[in-house]
Ligand binder design. Structure first.
Ligand code: CP3
Length: 385
């Protein structure tokens, strides 16, 4: 029951609307395809509800790398501007974040930026080379190099605050996901100096010089905490920590050398109250630990079926994933069958956010992503709850 006491006018209206929506959802006949998620407040959106493991009328969906090179309008608007310059320009950030929202009925936007943006903002010489990825001028190899990683202040990234506010103002109640790179992944770019296949240099520092490793990851965690808090303060409704390459370490080493730093990040974000998502590639052996680090939602790549991921993650977590992005290059019948398989496996989780197992491939047809979004909504509404 709702009472009028203790509720302000706007809040009351919001709650009544939510209660009404919820009632309609309850009354909707099984198999009904009606999608009831019209202009909710971000913290009551279907995406945030699924992250919190609350009942939803259908499965929410968004796609990692839904913005970017798969969209012709992105390629056109980015022409002549470097990636890092684009990430410092509020108008471009806003435009690129919103482009996929105009095409797809996805349930969340992801802030257009890059994991190296906060590093660059504190003065690290880093660039993003087209077709290569982040390249660091002077890799970090010794204790003396750490002084290049000072703390991040809101004044270092005014364009982030401005762009988050502007995006949130345009999203009509849909949630914006803020993000940052995870400690292992950021460290790997700083130590290796660029993208790596084997992460030999990074891992040898992790094994061979734990004090330097821990000092480096502690500084990266500080920067990340600050970067995520800035995004939440400006209006992000959830955060995702992309520790994309953490899957190259064993679970013992992850527990010893990475988890304490990620845990501190998630602990510091707890007070914000926004859902915290933790994702990495090839992290099948680490899923339990990535949940233990303090995430509300564990992102799963395509290698581990979601019903198996449920067994690997402690109770009290939602899951996100996990269609192989390469499946989107196959005929629609294959995509449809596989997507429904993901939805069915996702039903075994306490909460499920549909996503790909990693980012959208640049050669993906945006029409396929639009169709997949609608399929996730309609097929999940028909599945038994
Ligand atoms: O839509 C979204 O998901 C938001 C945008 C986003 C970008 N980078 C934009 C980007 C996100 C979430 C990231 C995070 C990121 N950046 C990660 C973690 C996610 C993951 O993919 O695992 C990592 C490892 C990076 C580092 C990085 N930046 C790589 C590997 C690359 C690709 C290099 C290439 O050209 O192939 C980048 C560049 C980058 N970041 C692009 C975009 C849209 C492409 C640059 C361009 O458009 O020219």
């Amino acid at each position: 029951m709702l009472t009028c006491q203790a509720l302000g006018g706007v809040d009351l209206l919001r709650r009544v609307t939510t209660a009404f929506r919820h009632e309609r959802a309850q009354q909707a006949p099984r198999g009904c395809e009606m999608i009831i998620d019209v202009n909710p407040q971000p913290d009551e959106s279907i995406f945030v509800r699924a992250c919190r493991r609350q009942p939803v009328s259908h499965t929410p969906v968004w796609f990692m790398r839904q913005a970017g090179r798969s969209l012709p309008e992105y390629r056109a608007a980015r022409a002549g501007t470097s990636m890092l310059d684009a990430c410092r320009t509020p108008e471009l950030i806003t435009e690129f974040t919103l482009q996929p929202m105009r095409r797809y009925a996805v349930d969340a936007a992801i802030f257009f930026s890059d994991i190296v943006v906060p590093l660059r903002a504190v003065g690290v010489g880093v660039d993003i080379r087209p077709g290569v990825g982040p390249v660091v001028e002077q890799p970090i190899r010794a204790t003396g190099d750490l002084q290049r990683l000072r703390a991040l202040e809101p004044d270092d990234v005014p364009f982030v605050t401005e762009a988050v506010r502007s995006v949130v103002g345009e999203l009509d109640g849909k949630p914006l996901i803020g993000f940052a790179g995870g400690p292992f992944t950021l460290a790997s770019y700083l130590i290796d100096g660029g993208p790596s296949k084997s992460f030999d240099t990074t891992k040898s520092l992790m094994y061979g010089d734990p004090p330097l490793w821990n000092a480096l990851l502690a500084r990266l965690a500080d920067i990340t905490i600050s970067f995520l808090k800035i995004q939440v303060a400006a209006g992000a409704a959830a955060v995702q920590l992309f520790d994309s390459w953490a899957g190259v370490v064993s679970s013992d080493d992850y527990r010893r050398s990475v988890l304490p730093h990620s845990k501190r990040i998630f602990d510091e974000l707890a007070a914000t109250g926004v859902p915290r998502i933790h994702f990495g590639v090839g992290t099948g052996e680490l899923l339990g630990l990535m949940g233990e680090a303090g995430a509300d939602v564990v992102g799963v790549d395509w290698r581990v079926p979601l019903d198996e991921a449920v067994r690997r993650v402690e109770p009290g977590k939602a899951l996100q994933g996990n269609l192989d992005p390469a499946i989107l290059l196959a005929p629609w019948e294959v995509i449809e069958r596989r997507a429904i398989g993901v939805l069915e496996a996702g039903r075994t989780a306490e909460g499920h956010v549909f996503n790909l197992g990693h980012g959208v491939l640049p050669q993906t047809d945006p029409g396929v992503l639009a169709r997949l979004t609608d399929l996730v909504h309609s097929a999940s509404a028909r599945l038994p709850h």
